[in-house]
Design a protein around this ligand. Sequence first.
Ligand SMILES: NC(=O)C1=CN([C@@H]2O[C@H](COP(=O)(O)OP(=O)(O)OC[C@H]3O[C@@H](n4cnc5c(N)ncnc54)[C@H](OP(=O)(O)O)[C@@H]3O)[C@@H](O)[C@H]2O)C=CC1
Ligand SMILES: C[C@H](O)[C@@H]1OC(=O)[C@H](O)[C@@H]1O
Length: 257
Amino acid sequence: MYLPSFRLDGQKVIVTGAGRGIGRALAIGLAEAGADIALLSRTKEDLEETAKYIKDLGREALIVPTDVTKREDIKESLNHIVGKWGKVNVLINNAGMNIRSKALDVTDEEWQKIMDTNLKSTFMMSQEVGKIMKETNTDGKIISISSVAGTVALRTGVVYAATKAAMIQMTKVLAMEWGQYNICVNSIGPWYFKTPLTEKLLADPEYLHEILSVTPLNRVGELQELVGPTVFLASEAGNYVTGQTIFVDGGMSIKGF
Ligand SMILES: NC(=O)C1=CN([C@@H]2O[C@H](COP(=O)(O)OP(=O)(O)OC[C@H]3O[C@@H](n4cnc5c(N)ncnc54)[C@H](OP(=O)(O)O)[C@@H]3O)[C@@H](O)[C@H]2O)C=CC1
Ligand SMILES: C[C@H](O)[C@@H]1OC(=O)[C@H](O)[C@@H]1O
């Protein structure tokens, strides 16, 4: 029997940024694969909306309002989650944001906000959940949502790009350090997907035309096309994959000329 399981029955999963966009899609998709989901973001009403879909699937949804840029918030939320579940099998570091400024115009405040939301939060969540995985369930899966912006030069902001590139390298080092605890650490690198973060950009026909001109598959992605690779990495099927970044980008990151 060679086909491994892609199911997540009985798995306890944390998704950050689960209130809308990619995080909501991943949370629901992982629940469709059988997982129970802890939903983290700052806006409780958004989390309640996501939770409805998950509960309709018969899966448990914990609504845990959290600012993932704050270590104390993270610790309090994880105490609550582990108090309920006793373990965490999978962490999805999805929360992120962008301020699209030209490099010469970036302010110190913008730098800090993007760095904290995208990179520092990923490290703090990975550190705190990594401790739990090491001490309680002696294995685990950590999946961070980077971007093609972390590997090719985009005009969507140098600070954002730096955070996404750092996430790719952080994935490799954490994978190397935590392999001994049977914790797999990987990233997903999306190109454009229609979410509240990008919908204004994608509504501009000229900008959309430029995006498609560098995308071999000639279209932006559908959210379920991110769910597949994420479930693969989170499931038994991905048990020997670690330190990798899977670019889910319609071929954009390899397009040459
Ligand atoms: N959409 C796209 O085309 C692409 C997106 N990505 C990445 O995917 C991830 C999700 O993007 P997308 O879904 O489009 O973005 P959205 O803006 O639609 O959603 C971002 C989510 O992150 C949450 N969030 C933001 N700041 C914090 C915080 N401090 N603490 C907790 N949660 C926070 C938001 O909730 P709240 O504000 O309520 O806290 C929201 O739920 C990001 O990391 C982004 O960089 C990568 C490539 C392409
Ligand atoms: C592909 C990028 O990550 C995309 O570019 C943007 O402007 C948004 O910030 C998205 O993240």
